[in-house]
Design a protein around this ligand. Structure first.
Ligand code: SF4
Length: 223
């Protein structure tokens, strides 16, 4: 354990972040779950839509798609042109349409939608990586997991809470040391915090509620 990680007060940081992010829009999947789209299938669809796509676009596209289809069987029988048109504002719409159709078709044909709460099953599906798998397990299945995206990876390294090179390493390190009660919540807090305060370039350290706790590792310039 590094000296920074030993001294970074994660409980106090989480407590302050809960208050600080209230004024920002929620991360896409948490927003959709709050609107009632919280089955494993619905959140898996939303997460696949979200890959390399801005949250505002993800929420709009996923909402429109899930208003049209709520089950694998409905999505599997959706006309390919219509599915593509529904996805089009998201990046990589063709690939996402192909993957979503393949997943829905398999779930419907094999009647295995309930297996979406199994990590190994999720990770076999086309286009599904650890981040989406962990978000589905954590939000929809009630199985705590740490979902690590660029924001979680960057910020926890700036805190010195982890010292890692890749999101995968960060996930493993957080699963080792982060109190389990924060596993799902960390992503919910750090996505909006990373978009609006602890940004990739020029983080807003002068306005940050964690300024007195954070060693700002790797931050050369800030606002
Ligand atoms: S003090 Fe700066 S680097 Fe640390 S969490 Fe806040 S914005 Fe990020």
């Amino acid at each position: 354990m590094t000296s920074e990680s030993a001294t970074f007060d994660i409980d106090e940081a989480i407590r302050r972040l809960r208050e600080a992010v209230r004024r920002f829009p929620p991360a896409a999947l948490f927003q959709l779950a709050a609107e009632g789209y919280r089955s494993p299938f619905e959140l898996l669809v939303a997460c696949l839509v979200s890959v390399r796509t801005r949250d505002e676009v993800t929420v709009a596209v996923a909402r429109r798609l899930l208003e049209r289809v709520r089950t694998p069987a409905e999505l599997a029988t959706l006309d390919a042109e219509e599915l593509l048109a529904l996805l089009r504002p998201a990046t990589f719409a063709e690939t996402k349409a192909r993957n979503l159709h393949a997943i829905a078709e398999r779930l419907a044909r094999e009647r295995v939608e309930q297996r979406l709460c199994e990590e190994t099953f999720l990770l076999q599906l086309p286009g599904v990586g650890p981040k989406c798998a962990n978000l589905v397990l954590g939000i929809a299945c009630g199985i705590p997991r740490v979902a690590v995206d660029v924001h979680v990876h960057r910020i926890t390294n700036r805190w010195g809470y982890v010292r890692t090179r890749t999101p995968e390493q960060t996930m493993r390190e957080l699963e080792r040391k982060l109190p389990r009660e924060y596993w799902v919540e960390l992503n919910r807090l750090l996505v909006p915090f990373g978009k609006h305060v602890c940004t990739g370039t020029l983080p807003r350290c002068s306005q940050c509620v964690l300024a007195d706790l954070c060693p700002r590792i790797g931050v050369a310039r800030h606002r």
